[in-house]
Design a protein around this ligand. Structure first.
Ligand code: XMP
Length: 539
């Protein structure tokens, strides 16, 4: 193959081949932050050159081979599609990607004498300051390593451009071809010059135009909805009050007009305090004409009565959601038929890119959706097609679309909220009384975060009502009441998280306010565990 040609679309971008590194998605994220479109694909699915590339929804102007856990040359190690280096586009190998490039071209890769994980110091080789990949990169900098192998000998025609402090090859390139490699991870925050190196690769070497902006994203999402739904379809958007489904409803409304979209919000009784009124007002305020609230508090409480096992709670909630939506769609179909109209053709879902890509790099791009992120089972049972215009977007990008569409910051910048609602924040039996206690405590915490300006500083924050009672003393009386745990985390995608370092004074004030104002609570604790080993929710 001589060049990547005959791609139907004019959209340009960088193709990231996923060899299974935990950081692969970050590569795409960093590039998009630079305004350069990037997509992650499984190399195993792109082995057949033109045939496969023609099916990509964009034209690759550069290829990045990600890191990964394999060792090149070993049985079962993932391979580089043969078209990659002859393709006449720049190629950057990261960690395993570099080793693969070196191996394929006759270099030697070895199991590292000393495995390097974490921080390392990298020094540019003499003269490398003017190398196109290293422009504006300091001579010495900190870089993030995570590898068991390294390149012992470069292939012919390659030169080293940086070494680690331990003398291991850190960066290299071909003398005349646009092939580059890094032993460290430029996509990781801790790599000081990482952003600059990716910018050098994308903008200077691949000559990408930084035109992936909020405006482009809005336009594309609208077009996608119009193409998927066609001129006569109708979309049911199951809204949770979260950012993704709210922005989705706004995009569908923009794409199809107010008469072909119905936003349905289920009042499970497991929402935060005042959430139901707030969300339905917000949806109407966005111009949606048909906003329906399914009132199902009693049904959910009945379904959860006596249930303690968290997975069983999830199953029952999921089932009930399906039943309610089925009943809603059936009712709507009858009503539409009586007017000579069609029922819903599509279900709108705010599925995001990280949900679509399987972990571990196998089957990237596959239609895999984490069941807990969606109302599992709905599309099949309802016989609706899916409308998922955010399948290739990150949460930050969905937020940018929301802002570009003029949605209120309180909507766009909300913390994530789990589908099963407060049920996953009440370990033990869920009862209306316990939900009411939790709603009050949570509202004190969230309001205090907002008032103090700390709300946007954490990724997610909430209260949990524990299934234990402890002794306290209030006035002259001994009490025996509930414990509330507060949780606030910093994170980029919820996959890993650190406990938020909220000021101690702030926490003690919130604790006092909760104990004074929320009946049934006499003790407040703060969760300082990171994920892993804990999870964000307590379940
Ligand atoms: P965990 O507890 O698994 O949570 O560390 C990671 C993130 O996912 C959210 N979460 C959910 N979101 N439906 C959702 O839409 C769910 O069933 C669900 N369970 C957890 C959680 O709030 C956190 O942001």
């Amino acid at each position: 193959m001589t060049a990547m040609k005959s791609v139907q679309t004019e959209k340009h971008g960088i193709l990231v081949l996923d060899y299974g590194s935990q950081y692969t998605l970050l590569i795409a994220r960093r590039l998009r932050e630079l305004g350069v479109y990037a997509e992650v694909h499984d190399p195993a699915r792109l082995m057949h050159e033109v045939l496969d590339l023609d099916h990509l929804p964009f034209k690759p102007i550069g290829v990045i081979l990600s890191g990964g856990p394999d060792s090149v040359g070993e049985k079962g190690a993932r391979l580089m599609p043969r078209w990659v280096t002859p393709a006449a586009v720049p190629v950057l190998g990261i960690c395993y990607g570099l080793q693969l490039l070196a191996h394929v071209h006759g270099g030697r890769v070895r199991a590292a004498a000393k495995r390097e994980y974490g921080r390392s110091h990298v020094r540019l080789s003499p003269g490398a300051e003017s190398h196109p990949l290293m422009r504006s990169v300091p001579r010495d900098s900190v870089a993030w390593m995570s590898h068991g192998d390294d390149v012992e000998q470069l292939p012919e025609g390659w030169v080293q451009i940086a070494l680690t402090e331990g003398g291991v090859l850190a960066a290299a390139s071909h003398v005349s071809k646009p092939w580059y490699g890094l032993q460290f991870h430029p996509e990781v925050e801790h790599t000081e010059a990482g952003r600059q190196i990716l910018e050098n690769f994308a903008l200077n070497i691949c000559r990408a135009r930084p035109d992936w902006t909020a405006g482009t994203m809005v336009e594309e999402a609208i077009q996608k909805v119009q193409q998927d739904v066609g001129p006569h379809g109708r979309v049911l958007v199951a809204c949770s009050g979260g950012v993704d489904s709210t922005v989705l409803a706004a995009v569908v409304e923009k794409a199809l007009g107010p008469d072909r979209v119905t936003a349905v919000f289920c009042d499970t009784g497991l929402m935060r305090k005042d959430e139901v009124a707030w969300v339905s007002d917000a949806l109407r305020g966005m111009g949606l004409r048909d906003v329906r609230v399914i009132s199902a508090r009693e049904k959910f409480m009945k379904a959860l009565s006596g249930v303690i096992d968290p997975e069983e709670k999830r199953r029952r909630i999921g089932r009930l959601f399906i039943e309610l939506f089925e009943a809603f769609a059936t009712e709507d179909k009858k009503h539409a038929a009586s007017l000579g109209l069609h029922g819903f053709s599509h279900l709108g879902q705010g599925t995001l890119y990280p949900d679509v890509i399987e972990s571990a790099g196998h089957g990237a791009g596959a239609k895999v959706i984490k069941t807990h992120h969606n109302v599992g089972g709905l599309p099949d049972r309802l016989a609706l097609k899916l409308c998922e215009p955010f399948r290739f977007l990150f949460k930050d990008e969905v937020r940018a679309i929301g802002r570009a569409l003029g949605l209120a910051p309180e909507l766009v910048d909300r913390h994530p909220f789990p589908g099963p609602g407060l049920a996953v924040r009440i370990p033990g039996e869920v009862t209306p009384e316990r939900v009411a206690i939790l709603q009050e405590a949570d509202s004190v915490f969230i309001n205090a975060l907002r008032k103090s300006g700390l709300y946007p500083k954490v990724w997610q924050a909430f209260a949990v009502l524990l299934p234990v009672q402890t002794v306290g003393v209030m006035g002259d009386n001994r009490t025996y009441e509930n414990v509330v745990a507060l949780r606030a985390v910093t994170s980029t995608d919820g996959m890993t998280a650190e406990a938020g370092e909220l000021p101690f004074e702030f926490l003690t004030t919130v604790a006092r306010e909760i104990v004074q104002n929320v009946r049934g609570v006499n003790r407040v604790v703060y969760d300082i565990t990171s994920k892993p080993p804990a999870t964000i929710e307590w379940e």
